[in-house]
Write a protein that binds this ligand. Structure first.
Ligand code: PMP
Length: 348
C-alpha cells in the first residue's frame, strides 16, 4: 500500500491547443466574430462592488431570459459553466443505472471520459460507413443515450424524425441530445420536449453566440429532470455561474438580430469553403456546423495538419480509428478561409 494507491487515475479529455500570437485559428470551433455589443455593455454595467457578493444561486436572470427566448418555463431550464459542465452533471444525474449507456463510436470525445470518471458502463454504437447515425441501432437495452446533433467531428445532422424514433424506442432511458452546433443549420429537438419526458437538450453559447471565453451552457428538459440536475449540482458547488456570466448570457440571448446576422455569415462562408475544398479534390461531409470535416484521398491528413500548423494555420486532427484521414476545419472569416485554401492548394 502507498499514498498513490488511493488516488483516482483518469485519462482526461484533451481540448484543441490554444496557440498565442498571430495565427489562423481554425481548431476549436470558436466564432470568428465578436459577441453582441450588448454583452460588452452588460459586463461594463456590472459594478465591481457587486462581485463582493455571491451570484444568484438559482441563476434566475439567465434562466428567465432563456425560457422567454425558447418558449419554455424557467423551471425547465438548467445553466452551467459551458455545456461541458452541463453535460458532466447530466451524465452524473441521469446515467446512474447498471445497464450500459449508448453513444456513437465517432462523436464528441468527452463522452467516454465522463463515463469512465463516473464508472458508468457504456457501449459505442458504430455509425454507418458514411458516418450517418442509424436510429434503429438504439432500439436495445441501455441505461441511457447521448449523441451530438449535429454530430462532431463529422458535422452531420440527424433529421428530427430520427431523434424522435430514438426517444420513442427508449421511454425508460434519459436521452441527451447535445445541440452544441444546432444553430448552424440543423433541426432542434426542442419541440419534442412536450411529448417525450425522457429528453434532455443541451446547448452552449460558446459557438453561435461567440462566448466560449465566458463559459455558458444550458439545458432544457421537464421540470422533474431539471430538478434532479439541480440537486446534483447543489451537492457539488452551489455557485458555478458568475455574476458576469449570468449578465453576459442574458444580453447575448436577447440580441436575436445580431445572432441571426452572425449565423448567416458563418453559414455562407461554410458553404463557399465546402465548394472550394471539393474543387481542390477533398471529400467533404455535408456539415451543418461551424466546422467542416474533410479528407483528400491519397494525402496524409496528419501531414497536412502538421504542414498547415508550420505555416500558422491551426486545424484539428484526430489520430483515431475511422477518422485519421480527416481534418476538422472551423469556419473562420472569409479572409481566414482564403488563406487556408491557398495553403492547401500549395500543399496538395
Ligand atoms: N458538445 C460538443 C459536441 C462540442 O464539440 C463541444 C465543444 N468542445 C461542447 C459540447 C462543449 O462546449 P462548451 O463547454 O464550450 O459549451
Amino acid at each position: 500500500m502507498s499514498l498513490y494507491d488511493n488516488i483516482r487515475r483518469v485519462t482526461p479529455y484533451v481540448p484543441g491547443e490554444q496557440p498565442q500570437g498571430n495565427v489562423i485559428k481554425l481548431n476549436t470551433n470558436e466564432c470568428p466574430y465578436a459577441p453582441s455589443p450588448r454583452v460588452a455593455a452588460a459586463i461594463a454595467a456590472c459594478a465591481a462592488d457587486r462581485l463582493r457578493l455571491y451570484p444568484e444561486p438559482d441563476c434566475h436572470t439567465l434562466k428567465e431570459a432563456l425560457a422567454a427566448h425558447y418558449g419554455v418555463k424557467p423551471g425547465e431550464v438548467f445553466v452551467g459553466v459551458g455545456s461541458d459542465d452541463v453535460l458532466a452533471l447530466a451524465f452524473l444525474t441521469f446515467f446512474a443505472g447498471r445497464k450500459p449507456i449508448l453513444f456513437p463510436d465517432i462523436t464528441y470525445s468527452f463522452y467516454d471520459v465522463w463515463a469512465k470518471l463516473y464508472a458508468i458502463p457504456y457501449e459505442t454504437v458504430p455509425l454507418g460507413a458514411d458516418f450517418t447515425l442509424r436510429p434503429e441501432d438504439y432500439a436495445r437495452a441501455n441505461g441511457g443515450i447521448v449523441f451530438a446533433n449535429p454530430n462532431a467531428p463529422t458535422g452531420l445532422a440527424l433529421p428530427i424524425a430520427g431523434v424522435e424514433e430514438i426517444l420513442a424506442a427508449n421511454p425508460d432511458s434519459v436521452v441527451i441530445v447535445d445541440e452544441a452546433y444546432v444553430d448552424f443549420g440543423a433541426e432542434t429537438a426542442l419541440a419534442l420536449l412536450k411529448e417525450h419526458e425522457n429528453l434532455v437538450v443541451v446547448r452552449t453559447m460558446s459557438k453561435s453566440r461567440a462566448l466560449a471565453g465566458m463559459r455558458i451552457g444550458y439545458a432544457f428538459a421537464s421540470k422533474r429532470l431539471i430538478d434532479a440536475m439541480e440537486d446534483v449540482k447543489a451537492s457539488i458547488n452551489s455557485y458555478t455561474m458568475t455574476t458576469l456570466s449570468l449578465a453576459a448570457g442574458k444580453a447575448a440571448i436577447e440580441d436575436d438580430a445580431y445572432f441571426r446576422n452572425t449565423i448567416e455569415k458563418i453559414i455562407r462562408t461554410r458553404e463557399e469553403t465546402k465548394a472550394a475544398l471539393r474543387r481542390l479534390g477533398f471529400l467533404v461531409t455535408d456539415a451543418k456546423t461551424n466546422f467542416l470535416f474533410a479528407k483528400k484521398p491519397g494525402v496524409s491528413a496528419q501531414k497536412l495538419f502538421e504542414e498547415l500548423r508550420e505555416r500558422g494555420v491551426y486545424v484539428r486532427y484526430f489520430k483515431k480509428p475511422r477518422i485519421d484521414e480527416h481534418l476538422r476545419i472551423t469556419i473562420g472569416t472569409d479572409e481566414e478561409m482564403k488563406r487556408l485554401l491557398e495553403e492547401l492548394e500549395r500543399l496538395c
